[in-house]
Design a protein around this ligand. Sequence first.
Ligand code: PMT
Length: 224
Amino acid sequence: SKNGELHGKHVIVTAGGTHEPLDPVRFLGNRSSGRMGVELAVSAAARGAEVTLIAAHCTVPLPIGDSRIHVVQVNSAMEMHSAVDRFLASADALVMSAAVADYRPAEVSSVKLKKTTMGDEPTLTLVKNPDILASVCASPLKPRIVIGFAAETGENYLESGAQKVHSKGADYIAVNRVGESIGFGEVDSTLVVFNSAGDTVAQLSGQKKILAEGLVDILVAASA
Ligand code: PMT
């Protein structure tokens, strides 16, 4: 039946934006609301999947009451990486819609940073975060189907987004444009989905619920 196509499948979905701490009160973050990931979790559960929703910072409500969705909350990219690893062995699919920071502050101060010690032109040193998506795709525990996202700005956003299917090693990449009032939050949006051969497999437009349903259709077709 249309409602049970993902019955017996375990799908990991990541959502929201990571917070990379600087000190006890400050962090480096991004504009992700978590809407895309939450809609994906709800759509996959509606099609019968057992869902682990690994949620970084989300401004939208989390689907706490849904018995098919197990919510795991994390803060940073490092925490998200260990949470994803923890569920990988049992997963049939992973959808990485979280906005993960590529870098984190090299040092996290245990006390609030102060102007008196930071001076007039403080410099922040950043170190690279692990690439969760690329590391999952290179792992022997890679789930059968991995869908990554690419959040792009500028002219050649489709080309540079499509490249990420190769650089990350994913089965599919969903490319979207992002900016101050596009891509993030309660907005209609567009996703262009590429497979690992570089072919366009879907072009989805509208509310994030509609985009999520379209991506779950791809999961269903690929799991069959
Ligand atoms: O949350 P919303 O407000 O609804 O907004 C949705 C969204 C714009 C956040 C979403 O549609 C989206 O594009 N998510 C991916 C954001 C992102 O981090 O894109 P990226 O192009 O920087 O990364 C490419 C892929 O690698 C993504 O699947 C990302 O999750 C993953 N990644 C990135 C960095 C990193 N260190 N580890 C990763 O796994």
